[in-house]
Design a binder for this molecule. Structure first.
Ligand code: UFG
Length: 340
């Protein structure tokens, strides 16, 4: 198939592009490069020895996007374009709602105009309400779309609803909503990986930057959660496993909207992450406990059995693999893509 990959130059998108190309699909990346690098596309082309077609445009601008895509043919859309910084979304909610919702509405409109019915959407575990007492791992039947603590998370929940409503009005639409848990790691070559701008919000890139000496010490956000060591527990999924989940979703599209968790089913605490990364890198990770971060939950771990069963997909890589591959990427590209 020829896949329109919206947001294909970003951290997750570049790995999805690589996996699609290796599976024999053609890839048309649409990206505005607001938080991504041309070098990521260059390196994907180099790694796969395939050509990626690229359209640089902002999908939240309908007229421009429509014109840019007018002569393009594609069989399916994988939509990962959007703003994703939780803290920034609290400070600039209007920009988050405008950008993330409009891009989805515009893509759906352009798909209809082109007669394209296949859609894979990048959603997030953040759409789940905080787990009720006694609930360990989250499956897709858990309540979602309320109790979300930031506008970024709301845009994911609202986009899910927009896709469901549009599917009702267009029954031929075949959509999959993928709820990512915490993506980490990099392609094992170390050529593509996560390159956050400014101070990383997320644990893994922050830890990697401490290990390489770009940051002095990690602030651990709270150690009194009801978890095995008091620090927050998350389901860290290798980005290559996550990317393969998109390929599996594409192969299992059928009319309607299906929702799948992409996670490992295994939780790691902040202290577990520090220890594993220290082992992978052979470096000390200086850290100290500070107050909890507003909006954080104690634990968010997937029950991925629905995706395992229905998509015939399973996260295969270990957390140690993810730490090793992050370290390879970080040590080969200490300043990300711009550092050369
Ligand atoms: N943490 C620290 N110090 C840091 C950063 C994070 O202790 O400097 C802790 C957090 O408190 C949390 C864990 O590390 O316990 C993971 O935090 P991240 O910021 O890496 O990830 P979150 O689980 O908070 O959020 C991520 C994505 C969101 C997504 C969400 C879904 O950032 O986009 O997962 O669960 F919505």
């Amino acid at each position: 198939m020829r896949i329109l990959l919206a947001g294909g130059a970003g951290y997750i998108g570049s790995h999805v592009a690589l996996v699609l190309l290796e599976a024999g699909h053609d890839v048309l990346v649409v990206d505005d490069f607001s938080n991504s690098a041309h070098a990521a596309i260059d390196r994907v082309q180099h790694l796969t020895d395939r050509t990626v077609e690229l359209i640089e445009c902002d999908l939240s601008d309908l007229a421009t996007s429509r014109a840019a895509l007018r002569d393009q043919e594609f069989d399916a859309v994988i939509h990962l374009a959007g703003l994703k910084a939780v803290g920034e979304s609290v400070a600039e909610p209007a920009r988050y709602y405008r950008t993330n919702l409009t891009a989805t509405l515009n893509l759906l409109e352009i798909m209809a105009e082109h007669g394209v019915n296949r859609l894979v959407f990048s959603s997030s575990a953040t759409v789940y309400a905080p787990a009720a007492e006694g609930v360990e791992n989250l499956d897709e039947s858990q309540p979602a779309g309320h109790g979300i603590t930031n506008p970024y998370g709301w845009t994911k929940a609202m986009n899910e609803q927009i896709i469901r409503d549009i599917q009702v009005s267009r029954p031929e639409l075949e959509a999959v909503l993928l709820r990512y848990f915490n993506p980490v790691g990099a392609h094992p070559s170390g050529r593509i990986g996560e390159d956050p701008s400014g101070i990383p919000n997320n644990l893994m890139p922050f830890v990697a930057q401490v290990a390489i000496g770009r940051r002095e010490r990690l602030a651990v956000f709270g150690d009194e959660y009801p978890t095995h060591d008091g620090t927050g527990v998350r389901d860290y999924i290798h980005v290559m496993d996550l990317a393969e989940g998109h390929l599996a979703a594409l192969d299992h599209l059928r009319p309607g909207v299906a929702t799948y968790n992409l996670g490992t089913g295994v939780g790691q605490s902040v202290f577990d992450v520090v220890r594993a990364f220290s082992d992978a890198s052979g470096r000390e990770i200086p850290h100290g406990v500070v107050a909890p971060r507003a909006g954080d939950v104690a634990r968010a771990v997937a029950d991925p059995s629905k995706a395992n069963r229905e998509l015939d997909w399973k996260a295969k890589r270990s957390f140690a693999d993810a730490c090793r591959d992050t370290w390879t990427w970080q040590s080969q590209n200490p300043n990300g893509y711009t550092g050369g």
